[in-house]
Design a protein around this ligand. Structure first.
Ligand SMILES: Cc1cc2nc3c(=O)[nH]c(=O)nc-3n(C[C@H](O)[C@H](O)[C@H](O)COP(=O)(O)OP(=O)(O)OC[C@H]3O[C@@H](n4cnc5c(N)ncnc54)[C@H](O)[C@@H]3O)c2cc1C
Length: 502
């Protein structure tokens, strides 16, 4: 029997997407597949993408990375969540943490017990029962799997890192596992006249690179999937209207915070990402409601250290490709779609899509069933994240600018409306096994943005008032004790993963 196995994979693009794909495939597929990555230094990368979510630790595991080395090499820091300022209401803040609040009791989610307690003790917030919240605001971090010998989980965490250093670090791993890099600019794509599959790409210097499977990691331009194969783009900007960003680094300040900040402004929001050698900042905005000049002024007026260099302008359209996989081409990263960085999901989508591709790995016959299933799974994943992002804009009391009035009154996907209605009535959550965001994330963002349920689940009444008050008191004591035992974030980094900053 003649082998139909894919032998040559060509990746176009060497940003975060290209190098995650190369490193993962080289490691998982081994030397039987030849992996070539083409990138152009003259074109460069987007270079932002500095905040992540805890799932990145799975990718590190797959790649066999040593976590301390990884943080050191990327000048990284640890992240326990995202602080949202001025979203539901100007002057209000909440932390979307990576952990659960409290402890679930008799399989009922903790927030129902907290809701019940509100009638007697309305001053306590859900976050009074969050270990992540307590640790984050004490600037503490440590690797803690479990709180003592209780059923309370410890700290779930992710990282902030320098995107340029991250690509360089992954490149080293990909090349050590056999991937080959070609420097050059792709100027032409040759399609098979009969099948429409990509046969080869040609570089400016005349080189022709042939392959069986082509991975488009060429960024927003979508060189293969869009320009060569003509796959359309679905525009979601009516729900997520921001279309621009200005980004600039600034000098670090102390203390080193173990969380990202996302601060809403009049027509968008500003991120603050602490790294070891600088702080990353950017203002994501909608040009229909604010000029680039004013957006840049707002960014610079809200830095907490001196800016390093000139602000960089980026433009995008939120949405996704109609198909992520078409014929013998799979798009990843910005070539496949864009969801704004509010919940740091883009790098996760790259890693998750690479792992789906490996699960549904085709052979040279490119059975349409593999392509269909991949496109189904990835579309659904994008839509679930989209709804979660829209929630942040739509569930707001803000009407103080044209932008916020638009967001508050816009119509949103039915799937999100149903989730909000269900939660508003009695704190119940719509569950989808494929949703990246767990119950606890939906609860934190809904409550944090001011959507507090009218009632709670009847099971929360099983315990007496005294039992409830003892239970809540015990949770708080456990959290206080666990936080006291944690080191300062800066001390943890200095002891385990301090970057070599020249
Ligand atoms: C404002 C902003 C903030 C973001 N923040 C975050 C965040 O905090 N967290 C997160 O997870 N994600 C974030 N993202 C998303 C993240 O930046 C991207 O998902 C990630 O960088 C992947 O980009 P990429 O590799 O797809 O594209 P790029 O970085 O654009 O890389 C494209 C590559 O293709 C190459 N290329 C293009 N054309 C050619 C050609 N003709 N020939 C040869 N090579 C070519 C380029 O040289 C480059 O190597 C953010 C994005 C933006 C816009």
């Amino acid at each position: 029997m003649q082998s139909q196995h894919i032998e040559r994979i060509v990746i176009v693009g060497g940003g975060t997407a290209g190098w995650i794909a190369a490193a993962s495939m080289a490691r998982l597929l081994g030397p039987s597949v030849n992996i070539t990555l083409i990138e152009s230094e003259a074109i460069g990368t987007v270079g932002v993408g500095e905040a992540t979510i805890p799932q990145i630790r799975r990718l590190n595991g797959v790649l066999g990375l040593d976590e301390n080395e990884f943080v050191k090499e990327t000048s990284g820091t640890f992240k326990l969540g995202i602080e949202f300022n001025n979203w539901g209401h100007v002057g209000e803040s909440y932390l979307h943490t990576f952990g659960d609040a409290g402890i679930n009791l008799a399989s009922l989610h903790f927030h129902h017990y907290w809701l019940r307690s509100q009638s007697e003790d309305p001053a306590t917030s859900l976050w009074d029962y969050s270990l992540h919240h307590k640790a984050a605001y004490a600037n503490k971090f440590g690797r803690l799997d479990r709180v003592g010998n209780t059923s309370m989980t410890g700290l779930a965490y992710a990282f902030h890192f320098d995107a340029g250093l991250y690509a360089r670090y992954l490149r080293k791993h990909a090349e050590s596992n056999g991937a080959t890099r070609i420097e050059g600019k792709v100027v032409d794509v040759d399609l098979d006249a009969e099948t429409g599959h990509i046969k080869s790409v040609s570089l400016e210097d005349g080189q022709v690179v042939t392959g069986d499977l082509f991975i488009d990691c060429s960024g927003f331009r979508g060189l293969l999937i869009g320009q060569a194969l003509g796959v359309d783009y679905q525009d979601w900007s009516k729900w997520l209207p921001c279309d621009s960003a200005v980004a600039v680094g600034c000098e670090s300040t102390q203390p080193l915070l173990p969380y990202t900040k996302a601060t809403a402004h009049d027509a968008g929001w500003q991120w603050r990402i602490p790294l070891q050698h600088r702080t990353g900042n950017g203002h994501v905005f909608c040009e229909q409601f604010i000029s680039e000049e004013r957006a840049t002024e707002t960014l610079l007026a809200n830095l907490d250290g001196a800016p390093m260099g000139d602000p960089k302008r980026l433009r995008f359209t939120t949405g996704r490709r109609e198909k992520f996989w078409h014929k013998n081409c799979v798009s990843l990263g910005l070539a496949s779609g864009f969801l704004e960085p509010l919940e740091s999901t883009s790098i996760h989508l790259i890693q998750s899509n690479v792992s789906k591709l490996i699960e549904l790995f085709p052979d040279k016959t490119f059975d349409a069933a593999n392509e269909r299933e991949y496109n189904r799974q990835v579309s659904h994943e994008y839509e679930l994240i989209r709804d979660f992002l829209i929630l942040h804009y739509h569930r707001t009391d803000r009407e103080d600018s044209e932008f916020w009035r638009y967001c508050k009154h816009m119509s949103v996907p039915e799937s999100l409306t149903e989730k909000m209605k269900l939660f508003a009535s009695n704190g119940l959550l719509y569950k989808d096994a494929e949703d990246l965001f767990r119950e606890s994330s939906w609860v934190q963002v809904m409550v944090g943005q001011g959507l507090v349920p009218k009632s709670f689940h009847a099971m929360a009444n099983r315990v007496s008032s005294d039992q409830l008050s003892n239970f809540l008191g015990d949770v708080r004591k456990l959290i206080d004790r666990a936080t006291n035992d944690l080191p300062q974030h800066q001390d943890f980094i200095d002891a385990h993963c301090k970057a070599d900053l020249q």
